[in-house]
Ligand binder design. Structure first.
Ligand code: SAM
Length: 172
C-alpha cells in the first residue's frame, strides 16, 4: 500500500477526506471536535483563539474560521506550522509561540474573539485573559481531564465575574 507522509489529505472513495497528522501530544478526536465546534458556533469568518496548539488536531477543524493558535513549545508550534503549510491551511491559521498561562493572549485581540478554546494544564490561569478577548456574546470552552480542574475553572470565573457563555468539557 502507498505510504502517505504526515500532513497529507487522504480522500475516501466513498467521499470525504481526512488529514494525516502526527501525534506530538494528546489530541482531541473527531467526536469531541464536533461538539466543540458546534458549541462554539464556529462558522467561516469567526475569529477564534486557541491555546494550545499541541498536535493541531482541533486547529485543523477551527480553520473554517480565522484561527490564531498559541503554544509555548517552540518545536511543537513549528511542526504544526509545517503541517498547516502542507495541508494548505496556513493562510487561515496563525501559529504563535506564547506562554498563555503566564502572559495571557495578546492584547491586540481584546474584545474581538467570537470564541476562545483552552486545552491547558492549568486553564484557570488563562481564564481572566480569555474573558477579556471575547466579544460580548463570545463563547469560551475549556477542555479538562478531571472534574477537579473543571471546579477550579468555575471558581475562577465566579471570582473574576466574567460575562459570557462558558462550557467546561471533561474527557476520560
Ligand atoms: C494536550 S496538548 C493540546 C492538544 C490540542 N488540543 C490538539 O487537539 O492537538 C496541550 C498543549 O499545551 C501546551 N502548553 C502547556 N502549557 C502552556 C502554556 N503555559 N502556554 C501555552 N501552551 C502551553 C503544551 O505545549 C501542549 O502542546
Amino acid at each position: 500500500m502507498d505510504r502517505k507522509p504526515f500532513g497529507s489529505k487522504v480522500f475516501s472513495n466513498k467521499g470525504g477526506f481526512v488529514y494525516l497528522l502526527s501525534h506530538r501530544t494528546q489530541i482531541l478526536y473527531i467526536a469531541d471536535i464536533s461538539f466543540v465546534i458546534m458549541y462554539l458556533e464556529v462558522v467561516p469568518g469567526c475569529l477564534v483563539l486557541e491555546s494550545s496548539t499541541g498536535s493541531g488536531s482541533l486547529t485543523t477543524s477551527l480553520a473554517r474560521a480565522v484561527a490564531h493558535t498559541f503554544d509555548f513549545h517552540e518545536q511543537r508550534a513549528g511542526s504544526a506550522r509545517d503541517d498547516f503549510e502542507r495541508t494548505g491551511l496556513s493562510s487561515l491559521i496563525s501559529v504563535r509561540v506564547r506562554d498563555i498561562q503566564g502572559e495571557g493572549f495578546p492584547s491586540e485581540f481584546v474584545g474581538l474573539a467570537d470564541a476562545v478554546f483552552l486545552d491547558l494544564p492549568q486553564p484557570r490561569l488563562a481564564i481572566p485573559s480569555a474573558a477579556k478577548m471575547l466579544k460580548q456574546d463570545g463563547t469560551l470552552c475549556s477542555f479538562s481531564p478531571c472534574v477537579e480542574q473543571v471546579q477550579r475553572s468555575c471558581e475562577t470565573l465566579k471570582w473574576k465575574l466574567c460575562a459570557g457563555q462558558y462550557c467546561f468539557f471533561r474527557y476520560g
